[in-house]
Design a protein around this ligand. Structure first.
Ligand code: KG4
Ligand code: ZN
Length: 334
């Protein structure tokens, strides 16, 4: 029987990624990370789309070479349709449509947030249905009920900033480069959570992080007025405190959702699931509450095309294809 080989494209934010998947197995997962945003404290959309344009063809070539296949071996082209930055999505979607047309292959559109959840099926152990997935990225914070590969429901999400944004915006206040999440994670390991911040009061399964940012800003201003070197002298403890606060908020809501819906299969996904504190907290909660926990390998946490390929593989099996009229969607619920 002929093997099913998919090429997947991810360009929703600031990483250009191409993956090849053959019969459910990842053969390559190449990511071109954009350095241009580092000094700006966040992604600059115009710079991101330009960098995608430059990166996409070399990354496709690299993914094909690493997978040891040629274009002739491909059976379908998959691409992130949204949610994401419009200019970034346009580059991936336009390339995917042209590539599919030129090679006479079917096109598969993928929801980026659904793909973050399905990153769990890139490598065993696979979560059993139904499970809950806390999807935490730079743009989203969601608790998702996953009933099947393509059957998901958002139980709760953020009403303002995402968890990743809370890390990145705090980093900006502390003078750290973007993305600050991994930097705060590293510094937090050497500090102690000695400072406390106010947790938001929102709906049972809702999140809010914009108040936390303001709270941190006011705290820093007050401390700097007393001691201008406060940040420099306390950076590791500040990072540990902020990280602990964000993790507590996330885990509190996740455990409410688990008990409310009587689910003991619990997963995390998205860029913030790379955070060492969150990974450890999930395990601790799991041991205490009898959960079976699932944490993706690091390469499948932050944006990557392997997760797009996995999602596309399930859509391919169900014959869910798109035509050439498909256009990006910047906001797209799963
Ligand atoms: O999923 P992702 O790569 O892109 C989006 O879809 O947004 O997530 C990026 C976010 C950024 O906010 C980044 O700071 C955060 O994930 N992040 C982390 C860590 N690694 C990435 N946050 C905390 N700790 C980390 N180790
Ligand atoms: Zn993402």
């Amino acid at each position: 029987m002929k093997k099913v080989t998919l090429l997947a494209i991810e360009s929703s934010c600031d990483d250009t990624s191409i993956a090849i998947l053959q019969d459910g197995k990842i053969l390559s997962n190449c990511v071109a990370t954009q350095e241009a945003h580092r000094i700006y404290g966040g992604v600059v959309p115009e710079l991101a789309s330009r960098a995608h344009l430059e990166n996409i063809i070399p990354t496709v070539e690299q993914a094909l070479v690493q997978a040891n296949i040629t274009r002739k071996d491909l059976d379908a082209i998959a691409v992130t349709r949204g949610p994401g930055l419009l200019g970034s999505l346009i580059v991936g979607v336009t390339f995917a449509k042209s590539f599919a047309l030129a090679l006479d292959l079917p096109l598969i559109e993928v929801n980026h947030m659904q793909a973050h959840v399905l990153a769990h099926y890139a490598e065993a152990p696979f979560p059993k249905f139904p499970f809950l997935c806390l999807t935490v990225s730079g743009g989203h914070t969601q608790i998702v009920m996953v009933r099947d590969h393509l059957d998901m429901e958002v139980l709760g999400s953020t009403i303002d900033d995402a968890a990743g944004e809370a890390f990145d915006k705090t980093g900006k206040l502390l003078g750290l480069d973007y993305p600050a999440g991994p930097i705060i994670d590293k510094l937090a390991k050497k500090g102690n959570p000695i400072f406390t911040f106010t947790k938001p009061k929102v709906g049972e399964l809702e999140f809010s992080f914009s108040g936390l940012k303001t709270n941190i800003l006011q705290f820093l201003k007050k401390e700097i007025a007393k001691n201008p070197s406060f940040i420099k002298e306390n950076l590791e403890d500040i990072c540990a405190s902020v990280q602990t606060c964000i993790i507590d908020i996330l885990m509190e809501k996740l455990s409410i959702a688990a008990s409310k819906h009587q689910i003991d299969q619990i997963a995390i996904a998205g860029g913030v699931s790379a955070n060492s504190g969150l990974r450890a907290a999930l395990q601790t909660y799991g041991e205490r509450l009898g959960w079976e926990t699932y944490i993706p390998a690091f390469q499948y946490c932050t944006d990557n095309a392997a997760m797009i390929a996995v999602a596309a593989y399930y859509k391919y099996q169900q014959g869910q294809f798109s035509d050439q009229s498909m256009a990006p969607i910047t906001r797209w619920a799963i």
